[in-house]
Design a binder for this molecule. Structure first.
Ligand SMILES: C[S@@+](CC[C@H](N)C(=O)[O-])C[C@H]1O[C@@H](n2cnc3c(N)ncnc32)[C@H](O)[C@@H]1O
Length: 355
């Protein structure tokens, strides 16, 4: 992969500076590389512009690397534009680390490279704080690893096939990352990003216009709606696209990182059942980070009698497990593994905890 393209994609996702994949020193020192870095990362007219302190941290690492790679001071030098940008950045007042941790900013995520069309650049913009775990009683103000993993699958050819032309509902959507991906790039008929927090719904509604195709006349098929599991979905008139024969209907439901507490599992399962029984959903695609095996097992065993897990080993053998409960969902594991972090080309996420 083009090293600059990867660095640019990581930078707009606000990947931690120590984890950025910098091009090697002899490449960084070239004037054309420095010009490209300035034009694609540090020019102030770029949007969305990452927060000042993040830009300063990244530029500091890059400048140090260039300086260390200079072999011949008469020929190699640091680009003036980068030095001017550095001077401007360090002259800005520095917010406290608490303030910057809580501040929401626009994050631009780039899909992993599509092997059949490497030139295709698809991005999703959210508003969030990448390091924020809990704020205002919700964990939804950042996009979690499981969502980036599921987004990587959905943007692959076989994932896209599952949602293209479909009516989609997302549970616990948080920043709306997956729903925005579906609406902007995956050709869904419509998508509703639901969550129980009104502040998250408002936040998603502010992010949606940032993802509109500039010259498209068609409205983006995206809606954000309040839905606390166990209560009725809050319906608004602009969601008529989902009504068929007087019935609210979806084809596919999505969920990422919803299984982190055994207490909410029964509520989640009853909502999934509601989706199958009352909203005509055919498939629920869920991605979970397995932080605690027991919590995940509570979910799996709650899924029911017909719980079938299909695992594909490297030799192609299948392993099938069964368990018992009342929901009777057929559960199938989609054979899509996370790409190791250092080989990811987009939707960058940690893989040290299995997803
Ligand atoms: C860990 S976050 C995951 C957010 C997003 N899916 C992602 O992976 O980035 C869990 C989300 O589920 C939502 N949530 C938790 N309990 C819920 C409930 N009972 N009803 C609806 N949403 C809920 C939270 O508000 C939060 O946005």
């Amino acid at each position: 992969m083009d090293a600059i393209r990867k660095l640019v994609a990581q930078y707009f996702q606000l990947v931690d500076p120590p984890n950025l994949a910098l091009p090697p020193g002899h490449v960084l020192v070239r004037p054309e590389t420095q010009t490209a870095l300035y034009e694609r990362m540090f020019d102030e007219s770029l949007t969305p512009l990452p927060p000042t302190n993040y830009r300063a941290r990244v530029l500091k690492v890059i400048l140090a690397q260039i300086e260390a790679s200079i072999q011949n001071p008469d020929e190699d030098e640091i680009l003036d534009d980068l030095m001017t940008c550095w001077a401007n950045l360090i002259a800005q007042p520095k917010p406290s680390s608490l303030t910057s941790a809580q501040q929401l900013s626009h994050i631009k995520y780039t899909t992993p490279i599509n092997p059949s069309d490497a030139a295709l650049e698809r991005t999703v913009i959210t508003s969030e704080s990448r390091g924020l775990i809990l704020a205002g009683g919700t964990t939804g103000f950042r996009t979690w690893e499981a969502a980036l993993h599921l987004g990587s699958f959905l943007s692959s050819p076989s994932g896209e096939e599952l949602v293209r032309g479909k009516r989609v509902i997302e549970l616990g959507a948080g920043t709306g990352f997956l729903s925005l991906l579906c609406a902007r790039h995956l050709g869904v008929r419509g998508v509703i990003a639901s969550d129980r927090e009104i502040t998250l719904i408002e936040n998603m509604n502010r992010s949606a216009p940032l993802n509109r195709v500039a010259d498209s006349e068609k409205p983006m098929p995206f809606h954000a709606a309040l839905w606390e599991w166990g209560t009725p979905l809050e319906w608004t008139d602009d969601m008529q696209d989902f009504v068929e024969n007087d019935h609210i209907s979806f084809d596919i439901a999505l969920g990422a990182d919803l299984i982190y507490d055994t207490d909410i599992v029964p509520l989640l399962l009853s909502t999934v059942r509601d989706l199958f029984e009352n909203y005509r959903v055919q498939h629920f695609i869920i991605a979970a980070t397995i932080r605690n095996e027991d919590t995940f097992k509570t979910f799996l065993s709650g899924c029911g009698k017909q719980y079938i897990v299909t695992r594909f080993s490297l030799k192609g053998q299948e392993e099938v497990l069964t368990a018992t409960d009342t929901h009777q969902f057929a559960v199938e594991r989609i054979a899509f593994e996370s790409t190791p972090s250092d080989q990811q080309t987009g939707f960058f996420h940690a893989t040290n905890i299995p997803i």
